[in-house]
Design a protein around this ligand. Structure first.
Ligand code: HEC
Ligand code: HEC
Ligand code: HEC
Ligand code: HEC
Ligand code: HEC
Length: 234
């Protein structure tokens, strides 16, 4: 019940937005993938490239910071992505666990700052880079289970559909639009469903048994993502 009340408020919002666009000329410039808002300033610039970036094959000791990363798995730090709505930011403890035994950068300003937070027993006040409005429902778990655990896509590729090439970033930056149209466009595509003998299996089997996605002659099942308003809106 609640859901439907909120949805009708949303629908009214949609008309209000449409009419205010009509009234207020000139139209706002459409957002593009190059226009993703201001860069976020973090308390410490965390270099994803150095931690998650690819190793440099010519530098097996990984000694030149300019030349390669450590290929740390995204989910080693963002541990909740596979089992909850949020991916989570790693606690300071995780950083210190490594950095207390890394002498090469111990005196660098950013690492000094990291230890200042640690000594003061304060978490690093990271700022959000991606932040959907509160009326949107988003869930990492379903996407990660589907793309990484059922379709066996590489982790960085799957995260990259929505976050871009984070492993090369010197500071995390939004690189996809995350607009409604962008989400819906991907949900409208046919995605491989884990199936045996043409019958969907796994934890989404029930959902697909209701939606009856087409089965091709070789037994491959594909289905669109959900596109009912209430799936993405509370
Ligand atoms: C060593 C730990 C670590 C690893 C490995 C790591 N991250 Fe992060 N990540 C962080 C920290 C700390 C932040 C918060 C600082 C920031 O936003 O720049 C963050 C922020 C992010 C954000 C922005 C969050 C927001 O506020 O919207 C995204 C997206 C992200 N990481 C994706 C990835 C992906 C994809 C990978 C693998 C390619 C990865 N991370 C690997 C530690 C890590
Ligand atoms: C698996 C071990 C490991 C973990 C976990 C880890 N780091 Fe690092 N970090 C390193 C190594 C190794 C380097 C590069 C050392 C070098 O360049 O010689 C580094 C480099 C850095 C640098 C760049 C320092 C500079 O100025 O050159 C920053 C900043 C940093 N880490 C922050 C963090 C933060 C914040 C976290 C927790 C979210 C974290 N690290 C977690 C191993 C780790
Ligand atoms: C289908 C798109 C999609 C995929 C795939 C995806 N993310 Fe996200 N991610 C988002 C959206 C959207 C948000 C913003 C959520 C919000 O504001 O409520 C987000 C937020 C985050 C955040 C900020 C903290 C949080 O949980 O809100 C981190 C960190 C993050 N993602 C990391 C990852 C990592 C690591 C992967 C791969 C294991 C990944 N994401 C895969 C869409 C995605
Ligand atoms: C790369 C393609 C892709 C993108 C981009 C994407 N999705 Fe999805 N999404 C899917 C697929 C496929 C499923 C179905 C997963 C399943 O059922 O196994 C899904 C499922 C969902 C679900 C259902 C989860 C549940 O627990 O019922 C929600 C909600 C959702 N997506 C919201 C979003 C939102 C909001 C965005 C944009 C910020 C987004 N998605 C972007 C592919 C995508
Ligand atoms: C796949 C997920 C998804 C589906 C399905 C979806 N939406 Fe959205 N919707 C979003 C996201 C994400 C945003 C936030 C976009 C942003 O922040 O720019 C949004 C924003 C909106 C807004 C606010 C628009 C604005 O400009 O502020 C309205 C109204 C809305 N949706 C209505 C609907 C209605 C009605 C439906 C069904 C026909 C629907 N949505 C289906 C993901 C979805």
């Amino acid at each position: 019940m609640h859901r439907f009340i909120r949805l009708s408020v949303l629908l009214m919002g949609l008309f209000a937005v449409a009419s205010s666009y009509a009234a207020d000329a000139p139209l706002p410039a459409p957002m593009t993938e190059d226009d993703l808002g201001p860069a976020i300033e973090q308390p410490i610039e965390f270099p994803h490239n150095r931690h998650a970036g690819l190793r440099n094959p010519d530098d097996p000791t990984n000694s030149d910071p300019l030349k390669g990363g450590m290929e740390i798995n995204c989910m080693y730090c963002h541990t909740f992505a596979r089992r909850s709505a949020v991916a989570g930011i790693p606690p300071l403890q995780k950083c210190i666990g490594c950095h207390q035994s890394i002498d090469t950068v111990r005196d660098k300003p950013r690492i000094k700052k990291l230890f200042e937070y640690w000594d003061a027993k304060k978490p690093v006040p990271w700022k959000k880079v991606h932040d959907l409005p509160d009326f949107v429902r988003f869930n990492h778990e379903r996407h990660i289970k589907r793309f990484i655990f059922q379709q066996n896509r590489p982790v960085q590729e799957a995260c990259g559909y929505c976050h871009g090439d984070v492993k090369t970033m010197t500071v995390a930056r939004r690189s996809k639009l995350l607009s409604m149209g962008w989400c819906v466009t991907c949900h409208e595509k046919e995605h491989l469903v884990t199936a045996e003998g043409g019958i969907p299996v796994g934890n989404q089997a029930y959902w697909y048994s209701m939606h009856k996605p087409p089965v091709d002659p070789s037994g491959i099942v594909k289905a669109k993502g959900p596109n009912d308003c209430s799936v993405c809106h509370k």
